[in-house]
Write a protein that binds this ligand. Sequence first.
Ligand code: SF4
Length: 208
Amino acid sequence: MGMRDPRRFMNALKDMGIDTYVFNKESASTLPLLQKQAKDCKKCGLAATRRHVVFGEGDSKARLVFVGEAPGEEEDLQGRPFVGRAGKLLDQLIERIGLRRDEVYICNILKCRPPHNRDPEPGEVSACKDYLLGQLEIINPKIICTLGRHAYNALFEVDERITRIRGNLTKFKGTLLLPTYHPSFLLRNNERTKEAWEDMERLKQLLH
Ligand code: SF4
């Protein structure tokens, strides 16, 4: 087996029970190792107010990764992403693709909750971004679906409005990326739900 397909190579290592493979001297090579690093992270001020680091969860070999904004109150309490009302709606979006929640991977730009659910600050995003980049590198999905403007803007380091970018298929570091609305936004703007359904149909087609 060659190294031409890094995803297959890493998956083969995992299948052999080898969960430690170092890409380079800085990065952790598996999700559990990366999660261990994040667990006690104090790289930004959110460490002082969080209850739990919400690293992310799902299939470590997922073909589809959802990236949201940051944990909310319920997520901070439970240490899991998208567990509140928005999480229920995300589950419905995933079902629309014909998948289960445990068949995808779900995470956020920020791993700790901003107080009162305020927007992420640029310093927090840059402090936390390596965890997300590590997750994406390790999972190596076929498609990334960003939820809301913050996830998209953080990855591409731009400042776009969600209504401008939503549904525009693009690529991030060579991986297909489809931006859609954040489920919390959809709860407040029901009239946009139809567009989100369309995005899920698109993801379904792209995954086949
Ligand atoms: S938000 Fe990210 S960078 Fe900040 S303390 Fe939490 S894990 Fe560390």
